[in-house]
Design a protein around this ligand. Sequence first.
Ligand code: FES
Length: 167
Amino acid sequence: MSASDENRKFSVDLDGRDHIEVRMDGVTPKVQFRGCTELMELMQGMRKSFGVDLQAWPVPRGASHSEILLRELILKLRGEWKYPYQAAEVCHCRNVPCHTIDQAIVAGAHTTEVVSRQTSASTACGTCRPDVQKMIQYRLQGGLEEASGQRPAERAEPGDWPQKKSA
Ligand code: FES
Protein backbone atom coordinates (compact mmCIF):
# COMPACT_ATOMS: atom_id res chain seq x y z
CA MET A 1 0.00 0.00 0.00
CA SER A 2 1.22 3.49 -0.75
CA ALA A 3 1.26 6.28 1.81
CA SER A 4 -1.77 7.86 0.09
CA ASP A 5 -3.79 4.75 0.93
CA GLU A 6 -3.45 5.40 4.66
CA ASN A 7 -6.67 6.14 6.54
CA ARG A 8 -8.78 5.04 3.59
CA LYS A 9 -11.73 2.74 4.12
CA PHE A 10 -13.40 0.46 1.60
CA SER A 11 -16.57 -1.44 2.43
CA VAL A 12 -19.35 -3.44 0.83
CA ASP A 13 -22.71 -4.41 2.30
CA LEU A 14 -25.83 -6.40 1.87
CA ASP A 15 -28.00 -4.45 4.27
CA GLY A 16 -28.55 -6.08 7.63
CA ARG A 17 -26.81 -9.26 6.55
CA ASP A 18 -23.28 -9.16 5.23
CA HIS A 19 -20.46 -6.66 5.56
CA ILE A 20 -16.80 -6.59 4.51
CA GLU A 21 -14.52 -3.69 5.36
CA VAL A 22 -10.87 -2.89 4.69
CA ARG A 23 -9.14 -0.02 6.51
CA MET A 24 -5.80 1.29 5.30
CA ASP A 25 -4.75 2.93 8.57
CA GLY A 26 -1.26 1.56 8.81
CA VAL A 27 1.24 -0.63 7.05
CA THR A 28 -1.01 -3.68 7.23
CA PRO A 29 -4.61 -3.28 5.99
CA LYS A 30 -7.21 -4.28 8.58
CA VAL A 31 -9.95 -6.55 7.22
CA GLN A 32 -13.23 -7.16 9.05
CA PHE A 33 -16.18 -9.17 7.85
CA ARG A 34 -19.41 -10.54 9.24
CA GLY A 35 -22.43 -12.22 7.76
CA CYS A 36 -23.87 -15.51 6.68
CA THR A 37 -22.06 -18.85 6.60
CA GLU A 38 -21.51 -18.61 2.85
CA LEU A 39 -19.69 -15.27 3.15
CA MET A 40 -17.61 -16.45 6.11
CA GLU A 41 -16.55 -19.62 4.26
CA LEU A 42 -15.69 -17.65 1.11
CA MET A 43 -13.57 -15.11 3.02
CA GLN A 44 -11.80 -17.73 5.10
CA GLY A 45 -11.19 -19.95 2.07
CA MET A 46 -9.80 -17.08 -0.01
CA ARG A 47 -7.53 -15.96 2.83
CA LYS A 48 -6.25 -19.49 3.27
CA SER A 49 -5.62 -19.88 -0.48
CA PHE A 50 -4.35 -16.42 -1.40
CA GLY A 51 -3.06 -14.72 1.77
CA VAL A 52 -4.10 -11.61 3.68
CA ASP A 53 -3.73 -8.97 0.93
CA LEU A 54 -7.19 -8.65 -0.63
CA GLN A 55 -5.85 -6.59 -3.52
CA ALA A 56 -3.88 -9.62 -4.65
CA TRP A 57 -6.85 -11.98 -4.45
CA PRO A 58 -8.35 -13.18 -7.74
CA VAL A 59 -11.67 -11.58 -8.65
CA PRO A 60 -14.50 -14.05 -7.93
CA ARG A 61 -16.60 -14.70 -11.03
CA GLY A 62 -19.72 -16.22 -9.49
CA ALA A 63 -23.24 -14.83 -9.03
CA SER A 64 -23.79 -15.63 -5.36
CA HIS A 65 -24.29 -12.61 -3.11
CA SER A 66 -20.99 -13.33 -1.34
CA GLU A 67 -19.01 -13.44 -4.58
CA ILE A 68 -20.74 -10.30 -5.87
CA LEU A 69 -19.83 -8.42 -2.68
CA LEU A 70 -16.24 -9.64 -2.63
CA ARG A 71 -15.86 -8.82 -6.34
CA GLU A 72 -17.00 -5.25 -5.64
CA LEU A 73 -14.55 -4.90 -2.77
CA ILE A 74 -11.54 -6.23 -4.68
CA LEU A 75 -12.33 -4.01 -7.69
CA LYS A 76 -12.71 -1.00 -5.37
CA LEU A 77 -9.33 -1.76 -3.78
CA ARG A 78 -7.76 -1.95 -7.25
CA GLY A 79 -9.50 1.25 -8.41
CA GLU A 80 -11.39 -0.72 -11.08
CA TRP A 81 -14.95 -0.42 -9.72
CA LYS A 82 -17.02 1.50 -12.31
CA TYR A 83 -20.65 1.10 -11.33
CA PRO A 84 -22.76 2.25 -14.31
CA TYR A 85 -25.55 4.11 -12.54
CA GLN A 86 -24.71 6.98 -10.19
CA ALA A 87 -28.01 8.86 -9.71
CA ALA A 88 -29.75 8.54 -6.36
CA GLU A 89 -33.05 7.42 -7.87
CA VAL A 90 -33.46 4.99 -10.77
CA CYS A 91 -37.23 4.71 -11.14
CA HIS A 92 -38.90 8.12 -11.01
CA CYS A 93 -42.44 6.80 -11.49
CA ARG A 94 -42.21 4.63 -8.35
CA ASN A 95 -39.51 6.65 -6.57
CA VAL A 96 -37.19 3.67 -6.22
CA PRO A 97 -33.65 4.56 -5.10
CA CYS A 98 -30.58 3.11 -6.79
CA HIS A 99 -29.54 1.54 -3.49
CA THR A 100 -32.82 -0.42 -3.20
CA ILE A 101 -32.44 -1.89 -6.68
CA ASP A 102 -28.76 -2.64 -6.21
CA GLN A 103 -29.37 -4.47 -2.95
CA ALA A 104 -32.10 -6.56 -4.58
CA ILE A 105 -29.67 -7.51 -7.37
CA VAL A 106 -26.92 -8.44 -4.91
CA ALA A 107 -29.42 -10.55 -2.95
CA GLY A 108 -30.35 -12.55 -6.06
CA ALA A 109 -32.74 -10.56 -8.30
CA HIS A 110 -30.87 -11.14 -11.56
CA THR A 111 -33.58 -10.29 -14.13
CA THR A 112 -35.52 -7.06 -14.62
CA GLU A 113 -38.75 -8.98 -13.94
CA VAL A 114 -37.59 -10.13 -10.51
CA VAL A 115 -36.23 -6.68 -9.67
CA SER A 116 -39.62 -5.21 -10.62
CA ARG A 117 -41.48 -7.71 -8.45
CA GLN A 118 -39.26 -7.05 -5.45
CA THR A 119 -38.86 -3.27 -5.69
CA SER A 120 -41.74 -2.04 -7.97
CA ALA A 121 -39.16 -0.38 -10.25
CA SER A 122 -40.08 -0.42 -13.97
CA THR A 123 -43.74 -1.13 -13.27
CA ALA A 124 -45.13 2.08 -14.82
CA CYS A 125 -43.68 3.78 -17.93
CA GLY A 126 -40.73 1.37 -18.18
CA THR A 127 -38.20 4.08 -19.07
CA CYS A 128 -35.92 2.94 -16.25
CA ARG A 129 -35.81 -0.70 -17.36
CA PRO A 130 -32.59 -0.32 -19.45
CA ASP A 131 -30.86 1.23 -16.44
CA VAL A 132 -31.97 -1.67 -14.25
CA GLN A 133 -30.67 -4.06 -16.90
CA LYS A 134 -27.31 -2.24 -16.94
CA MET A 135 -27.10 -2.49 -13.16
CA ILE A 136 -27.79 -6.24 -13.29
CA GLN A 137 -25.20 -6.76 -16.03
CA TYR A 138 -22.55 -4.86 -14.14
CA ARG A 139 -23.21 -6.72 -10.92
CA LEU A 140 -22.97 -10.08 -12.71
CA GLN A 141 -20.15 -9.37 -15.18
CA GLY A 142 -18.77 -5.90 -14.60
CA GLY A 143 -15.08 -5.54 -14.01
CA LEU A 144 -14.28 -9.10 -15.02
CA GLU A 145 -13.00 -8.14 -18.47
CA GLU A 146 -10.83 -5.39 -17.01
CA ALA A 147 -9.57 -7.79 -14.39
CA SER A 148 -8.91 -10.45 -16.99
CA GLY A 149 -7.08 -7.96 -19.19
CA GLN A 150 -4.84 -6.64 -16.46
CA ARG A 151 -4.25 -9.71 -14.38
CA PRO A 152 -5.01 -12.83 -16.39
CA ALA A 153 -3.28 -15.07 -13.92
CA GLU A 154 -5.30 -13.70 -11.04
CA ARG A 155 -8.83 -14.41 -12.22
CA ALA A 156 -10.58 -16.82 -9.93
CA GLU A 157 -12.24 -19.74 -11.63
CA PRO A 158 -14.64 -22.17 -9.98
CA GLY A 159 -12.60 -24.48 -7.83
CA ASP A 160 -10.01 -21.85 -6.93
CA TRP A 161 -11.63 -21.41 -3.53
CA PRO A 162 -13.69 -23.65 -1.28
CA GLN A 163 -17.23 -24.03 -2.62
CA LYS A 164 -20.31 -24.04 -0.45
CA LYS A 165 -20.82 -27.49 0.94
CA SER A 166 -23.85 -29.29 -0.45
CA ALA A 167 -26.47 -30.29 2.08
S1 FES B 1 -39.24 5.56 -14.52
FE1 FES B 1 -39.46 3.53 -13.78
S2 FES B 1 -41.40 2.91 -14.48
FE2 FES B 1 -41.24 4.96 -15.16
